[in-house]
Design a protein around this ligand. Structure first.
Ligand code: SF4
Ligand code: SF4
Length: 69
């Protein structure tokens, strides 16, 4: 099953990844990060993630890793 991991210590809360996911699987979390803004979290209750890596490629801080094709 495809999934991603987000390193909240690297996240600068730019939210590019939220827009990059075609299924809307990334959302703001309740935790704040290094910029004082909310970081993001992966939420895939319906297991829609296709491991397309669009989210990881959109992240300027290489905060997203995971199981990709
Ligand atoms: S790998 Fe693709 S489908 Fe999965 S969370 Fe990232 S952008 Fe969304
Ligand atoms: S693209 Fe990277 S730095 Fe920006 S919100 Fe997503 S995980 Fe954080």
């Amino acid at each position: 099953m495809a999934h991603i991991e987000i390193n909240s210590n690297l996240c600068k809360s730019c939210y590019l990844c939220i827009n990059a996911c075609p299924f809307g699987l990334i959302k703001k979390s309740a935790e704040t990060g290094k910029t004082g803004e909310y970081t993001v979290e992966f939420y895939d209750k319906e297991k829609k993630c296709t491991a397309c890596a669009s989210c990881a490629m959109s992240c300027p801080d290489i905060a997203i890793t995971g199981v990709f094709k």
